[in-house]
Design a protein around this ligand. Structure first.
Ligand code: IMP
Ligand code: MG
Length: 178
């Protein structure tokens, strides 16, 4: 079996779209501040590119969660692997995610973070697979790209910890060796 990655969204298009979303965030938060929470590891490339284009004052914190589940399905039972360094009390929090699939991981994360008294919580994601959503109450405020139900890699997203460093978003294709 050989693996091949086919480009789904080229680097230039990702960059252009992140710029657009940053523009919307800048006007929505005008006069305020943003406490960005990067969900590791997948959200790290997107967080960097997005935050560079934000013009209101930004503080950054990082969190790592692992979702129990088999293979590529998440279960919604989430364990905090690395917690935030800073408290959230009174802050305007923007959660930055790589991808929202079933929405289970995010639903759980929001539930935990709400208990810490932030002034507001909004969600920003690079990719969304709306067709896969199971948590209907998860409301995404900023989405760069809605994509079909295909397993994607690159720009932070991995397949078995590989391909995170690809500068574009691609689809892994498996080919039978002859
Ligand atoms: P959810 O809880 O089902 O929404 O799963 C979200 C998590 O599953 C993401 O943060 C990713 O880590 C992972 N995931 C879902 N779809 C993909 C994909 O297409 N490629 C890589 N990781 C994915
Ligand atoms: Mg993730």
């Amino acid at each position: 079996m050989t693996e091949e990655v086919r480009v789904l969204i080229p680097e230039e298009e990702v960059g252009r779209r992140i710029g657009e979303i940053a523009g919307r965030i800048n006007s929505d938060y005008e006069g305020g501040t943003i406490h960005m929470i990067c969900v590791l590891k997948g959200g790290v490339f997107f967080t960097c590119e997005l935050s560079k284009r934000i013009t209101v004052p930004v503080s950054l914190d990082f969190m790592s969660v692992s979702s129990y589940g088999s293979g590529t399905e998440s279960s919604g039972v989430v364990r905090i692997v690395k917690d935030l360094d800073e408290p959230l009390e009174g802050k305007d929090v923007l959660i930055v995610e790589d991808i929202i699939d079933s929405g289970r991981t995010l639903a759980y994360l929001i539930q935990i973070l709400k208990q810490r008294g932030p002034k507001s919580i909004r969600i920003c994601t690079l990719l969304d697979k709306p067709g896969r959503r199971e948590e209907k109450q998860v409301k995404v405020d900023y989405t760069c790209f809605s994509i079909p139900d295909k397993f994607v890699v690159g720009y932070g997203l991995d397949y078995d910890q590989r391909y995170r460093n690809l500068p574009y978003i691609g689809i892994v294709e498996f080919k039978e060796d002859i």
